[in-house]
Design a binder for this molecule. Structure first.
Ligand SMILES: Cc1cc2nc3c(=O)[nH]c(=O)nc-3n(C[C@H](O)[C@H](O)[C@H](O)COP(=O)(O)O)c2cc1C
Length: 193
């Protein structure tokens, strides 16, 4: 099983950077519990995807743009996604929505969860994101990781979650890997049928 952690804030000095690094370390530390789990951190800032403006609908699957093709090949590698992004105006980030909009089939029939924070622990952004995931035929989990007091917990550029947040991350990863295996099996069976 391959998990991609997708960092969805591209802002200068973003707090999501240390949070995504923490999520990557948590998932890597727990990988032995989930035999065969590999983890990759993907930073949308380094991808620098322009605002989606391509002529063809991604749902048609005919990707002509070379950057879109590279993004598709990267996203296709994963069996599950964990998005890390803050709440912006009671939604999630435009950079993340743009990255989702670029593709279609690569997201389909795969589970996803979210790590977020903000004055309502990112809850409003996560609710919006779940609806978008359904339209992309993903399986968004009810279990997400809501972080508290992120600013105070970043010291010298390193975020450290408290024990409750680490426990919550573990529960979320259990769920995510369960769904990743179930849906990978189902996808393989569908291909064979
Ligand atoms: C454009 C913008 C909108 C924001 N809207 C909200 C919001 O609706 N709710 C909230 O709790 N925080 C909001 N914030 C605060 C951010 O969640 C907080 O600053 C966070 O650190 C931003 O994540 P980042 O540093 O990774 O970009 C907003 C910040 C920005 C830049």
């Amino acid at each position: 099983m391959h998990l991609q952690i997708i960092l969805g804030s591209i802002r200068e000095g973003r707090r999501s950077g240390p949070v995504a690094q923490w999520a990557f370390e948590q998932a890597t530390a727990l990988a032995s519990k989930h035999a065969g789990l590999t983890v990759e951190l993907i930073d949308l800032k380094t991808w620098a995807l322009p605002l989606f403006g391509l002529a063809k609908f991604p749902s048609e699957g005919d990707y002509e743009d070379p950057l879109q093709q590279r993004w598709a090949a990267t996203v296709a590698r994963a069996d599950a996604y964990l998005f890390v992004a803050p709440e912006y105006n009671h939604g999630y980030t435009a950079a993340l929505k743009n990255a989702l909009d670029y593709l279609y089939a690569e997201w389909n029939r795969k589970p996803a969860s979210f790590v977020s924070f903000g004055n309502a622990e990112g809850a409003r952004g996560i609710q919006q994101w779940r609806l978008v995931c359904v339209e992309l035929e993903m399986a968004p989990l009810p279990t997400a990781v809501h972080l508290l007091d992120v600013t105070k917990k970043i010291v010298d550029g390193v975020f450290t979650g408290d024990p409750k947040e680490e426990k919550r991350f573990g529960v979320m990863l259990d769920e995510l890997t369960w769904w990743a295996k179930a849906l990978a099996t189902a996808r393989a069976a569908t291909l064979e049928a």
